[in-house]
Ligand binder design. Structure first.
Ligand SMILES: *[C@@H]1O[C@H](CO)[C@@H](O)[C@H](O)[C@H]1NC(C)=O
Ligand SMILES: *[C@@H]1O[C@H](CO)[C@@H](O)[C@H](O)[C@H]1NC(C)=O
Ligand SMILES: *[C@@H]1O[C@H](CO)[C@@H](O)[C@H](O)[C@H]1NC(C)=O
Ligand SMILES: *[C@@H]1O[C@H](CO)[C@@H](O)[C@H](O)[C@H]1NC(C)=O
Ligand SMILES: *[C@@H]1O[C@H](CO)[C@@H](O)[C@H](O)[C@H]1NC(C)=O
Length: 592
């Protein structure tokens, strides 16, 4: 459903990992059922919901609301989700197909995807490999309160939002977890009217709809009604390709990953255990969810096969060792389907005009570069932003580099518009909330046919894919080049010192990244090759912890509710999650 579906808040090219939320047991669920009559949603209904992100109101004077209307037909496996009458997603389980109709510059476009296609174990693979006939396919709208960690919490008064003041049955799902980088507490609350209608969902944690970043999300439900949907409403729009298209570009493949991953909204599903101690330990570490005992047994078998293979390999005379990493319960086919198509992609974006890019040249000798550097709070380092339910991290990364360049050139701070960049830069291959790359953004904005950007204030962020607005004037006009910092750690330190904050890509895949709170993030499982990096962020400095560990100071765009007030310290080489792999800044030769 929803845009949000395609939109991993993790971003540009993010493949969000299964989130490791705590585990539920059979006994929890059963004892809950004795205490209270848990509402069960009808097989056919219509509901409208609006989602707000309170953090956005601190950021910009024009807050936004995601307004959706959903027609749900579980009986016939169909769902239509429409946002503000602008964007819609139609899902048809029978044909395993979803159609996304979205605005593109000044027109509409549609893409056709497999509901369970793309990244991760697909429905098809699951059926073949694990003999699982059915799993829920349609995207979550109303949480199934009989599943997962939900417990009845009595009645209480709704505090804020559309239903403030109303007395409602309250279900809660609290959790606290420590992934090694600080204790994180999440909590979910769901309110149901005494008549059995859904009223409100409060999420302090990972977004249950998208799997997106840790934040504060508030959803009000309105106009819930049971009954069969209007005839014709599930008609496939003419502009949609009938079959999922074969996507052969790198960007395309990344998008495929997104949509597939979106199927894994499995956070809501019970995480029951079926008994293999070693696999359970793995499940606990990596947050797997299994919908049935068959699926569990199938995965446990794959895990044990891989374990045996790795032990044999490591016992032999080889120049490298294998480890039982978080793919240990994926089959080789699954792994290849998701990761290997990208192997060998030489750079993030293979095409483009090389006249707009150059390589960084050091100007300051290493001994003059300070050991610690922190741009936070300076006008060169814009405030922590929030990409909301949109895979637009690439635009945030690119705009941060532009903002730093603007400050360097003019001595003034000017916040520029990510929405402008997302809405209008399709020509170089970016796809708004569905993903993109910083260098493609630079190729668009530095092209002399564009050569500028509106301000954040005049063209505020909306967190959705939208039409390109031509009526908003550019707040800054500029020309110049984008500059790649190759040469590793020393080069990056020098470039940060002389040029200020800049954008960089990172491997945000490890589970612990989602739940990072504090300390130096040092994950041996982090990837560093360019084609494995899946999220765009901003690097704002570097330093050394009291324990003597060197780190990069990295700013994310997941609000200050995530991480250390929005920032993360990432260990420097060798496990730098790709931070030093390809930082990019902007050099203006003209700005006005
Ligand atoms: C979203 O829905 C709310 C509640 O119906 C309404 O007040 C608001 O104007 C809507 N916003 C948009 C942008 O449509
Ligand atoms: C759940 O119940 C506890 C104890 O009565 C209360 O303190 C808490 O506020 C309730 N949670 C919600 C979300 O209403
Ligand atoms: C709810 O239904 C009423 C009456 O049909 C309509 O006026 C209103 O716009 C609907 N609200 C939403 C949020 O869809
Ligand atoms: C291990 O392999 C290396 C390189 O191929 C070889 O030189 C060495 O003799 C081998 N050692 C054993 C114990 O087979
Ligand atoms: C700028 O954009 C135009 C039109 O899309 C294109 O033909 C041209 O090659 C681009 N120039 C550069 C330097 O990227």
């Amino acid at each position: 459903m929803l845009v949000a579906l395609f939109v991993v808040a993790l971003s540009a090219t993010v493949w969000p990992s299964a989130h490791s939320l705590p585990l539920s047991t059979h006994s929890d669920v059963q004892s809950l059922a004795h205490k209270h009559q848990v509402p069960k949603w009808p097989a056919q209904y219509q509901v409208s919901w609006s989602l707000t992100i309170p953090f956005i109101t601190k950021l910009q004077s024009t807050p936004f609301v995601y307004n959706y209307t959903v027609h749900q037909d579980t009986l016939n496996g169909r769902q239509l989700s429409t946002r503000d009458g602008v964007e819609s997603v139609l899902q048809i389980v029978d044909t395993n197909t979803m159609y996304q109709i979205y605005p593109k510059v000044d027109t509409w476009d549609c893409r056709t995807l497999e509901i369970d296609g793309g990244g991760g174990p697909t429905a098809q693979q699951r059926r073949r490999l694990l003999s699982v006939e059915n799993g829920p396919k349609l995207t979550l709208v109303l949480p199934d309160l009989s599943e997962g960690k939900w417990t009845f919490n009595g009645t209480s008064k709704i505090r804020t939002g559309a239903w403030a003041g109303l007395e409602a049955d309250t279900y809660v799902w609290p959790l606290t977890e420590d992934y090694g980088y600080g204790r994180v507490s999440a909590s979910y609350a769901f309110y149901v009217s005494q008549g059995g209608s859904p009223l409100r969902l409060e999420m302090w944690g990972v977004n249950l709809y998208t799997g997106g970043h840790f934040d504060d999300y508030e959803v009000d439900f309105r106009n819930f009604s049971a009954g069969s949907p209007p005839t014709d409403i599930f008609k496939i729009p003419d502009i949609c390709p009938l079959k999922p298209s074969v996507r052969d570009s790198y960007v395309g493949r990344m998008q495929m990953r997104h949509s597939g991953l979106m199927r894994h909204l499995a956070i809501m599903h019970p995480n029951a255990h079926w008994g293999d101690a070693e696999y359970d330990a793995f499940v606990h570490r990596h947050g797997r969810r299994h919908r049935s005992e068959e699926e569990y047994q199938g995965r446990a078998q794959v895990f044990m096969d891989n374990q045996r293979m790795i032990e044999q390999h490591n016992a032999g005379n080889h120049s490298y060792k294998l480890e039982l990493n978080h793919f240990a319960d994926w089959t080789r086919e699954e792994y290849r389907a998701v990761f290997l198509p990208n192997t060998g992609a030489p750079r993030l974006s293979p095409q483009g005009d090389s006249s707009l890019v150059r390589q960084h040249v050091r100007t300051v000798p290493a001994h003059m570069v300070p050991n610690t550097l922190d741009w936070r709070g300076s006008p060169a380092d814009s405030p922590v932003k929030d990409q909301a339910m949109c895979g637009g991290c690439w635009a945030f990364g690119a705009v941060a580099s532009l903002e730093a360049a603007y400050f360097r050139q003019t001595g003034k701070q000017l916040l520029l518009s990510e929405q402008n960049m997302m809405d209008c830069s399709w020509s170089t291959g970016n796809t708004a909330c569905m993903g993109g790359f910083q260098d493609l953004a630079f190729q668009w904005v530095l092209n002399n046919t564009v050569g500028g950007l509106a301000s954040e204030e005049a063209y505020p962020y909306q967190g959705v894919t939208n039409f390109c607005r031509k009526d908003v004037p550019q707040a800054a006009k500029f020309s110049g080049k984008y500059v790649e910092v190759t040469g590793g750690e020393e080069a990056l330190k020098e470039a940060l010192y002389t040029k200020g904050p800049m954008t960089v890509s990172v491997d945000a895949g490890p589970d612990a990244f989602q739940f990072y709170k504090s300390g130096v993030f040092d994950e041996a499982k982090c990837q560093t090759q360019l084609d494995k990096l899946d999220h765009a962020v901003i690097i704002s400095g570097y330093g050394t912890s009291p324990e003597g560990q060197h780190y990069w100071l990295v700013k994310n765009t997941w609000s200050t509710n995530w991480g250390d007030k929005g920032y993360i310290q990432i260990a420097r080489q060798p496990d730098d999650c790709g931070i030093a792999s390809q930082p990019i800044y902007i050099d203006f030769d003209h700005v006005e």
